[in-house]
Design a protein around this ligand. Structure first.
Ligand code: SF4
Length: 171
C-alpha cells in the first residue's frame, strides 16, 4: 500500500485557503497559482487532507501558510511540481504545463483502490454521472466516499470527499 493509501482519512493537513481575492478562479475551481512553466489548480471541495502534496514538496505546499501553495521556491520546477500534484489522490490538485512539458494524461485503464475505513481511490479516465445520466465530473484522479450519503453528495455536483472523514468519526 502506498503512502497516500495509508494516510487516507488520517485527517492530515491541507486546509482550504483564506477567502480573499488572491488567486481566485471561476466555477468550482478555488484558486490558481502560476509558477515557472506551470500553473497549479486547487479545488478545495475535493480535498480530503491526505497530505500527499505536503509530503512531496513541504515548502511549496504548506497548509499553515497563506497562500498555501507557493511556487517561488527553487525546487518548484515544473517537472517536480507536476509530479507532486499527480500524487494527489482526489483531483483536488491539477496542473497545466506552460513550458511545453507533458500534461497529465489519464490512463484508459481505471485503477480502483478501496481504503480501509476510507474512500475508494480511482485513477484513470473516470466519468461520474448523476441519477439523470448527466455527466458531472470527468477526471484522472478521484476519491469517492463509500457511505450511504454518497449519492446526495454526487447529485449536488460535488464529490464532497470530506464526507469520508466525518463518517469515520460518526462510526
Ligand atoms: S490537495 Fe490532494 S494531496 Fe493535498 S491534502 Fe488535499 S487531497 Fe491530499
Amino acid at each position: 500500500m502506498s503512502d497516500e493509501e495509508q494516510n487516507a482519512g488520517a485527517g492530515a493537513a491541507g486546509a482550504p485557503p483564506d477567502a480573499d481575492d488572491r488567486n481566485r478562479a471561476p466555477l468550482d475551481l478555488t484558486r490558481e497559482y502560476t509558477g515557472r512553466g506551470i500553473r497549479v489548480q486547487w479545488y478545495t471541495s475535493r480535498c480530503i487532507h491526505v497530505g500527499e502534496c505536503l509530503r512531496a514538496m513541504p515548502n511549496v505546499f504548506d497548509s499553515r501558510r497563506r497562500p498555501w501553495v507557493d511556487l517561488s521556491f527553487p525546487e518548484a520546477d515544473a517537472d517536480a511540481v507536476a509530479e507532486a500534484v499527480m500524487r494527489c489522490p482526489t483531483g483536488a490538485l491539477h496542473f497545466e504545463r506552460l513550458d511545453g512539458g507533458p500534461q497529465e494524461v489519464a490512463s484508459s485503464v481505471v485503477r480502483a483502490t478501496p481504503i480501509p475505513k476510507g474512500p475508494l481511490y480511482l485513477r484513470g479516465d473516470v466519468e461520474i454521472f448523476d441519477e439523470a445520466g448527466q455527466l458531472i465530473r470527468r477526471d484522472a484522479r478521484m476519491a469517492i466516499c463509500r457511505c450511504e450519503h454518497t449519492c446526495a453528495q454526487v447529485s449536488g455536483g460535488n464529490l464532497a470527499t470530506w464526507h469520508d472523514q466525518r463518517c469515520q468519526r460518526e462510526r
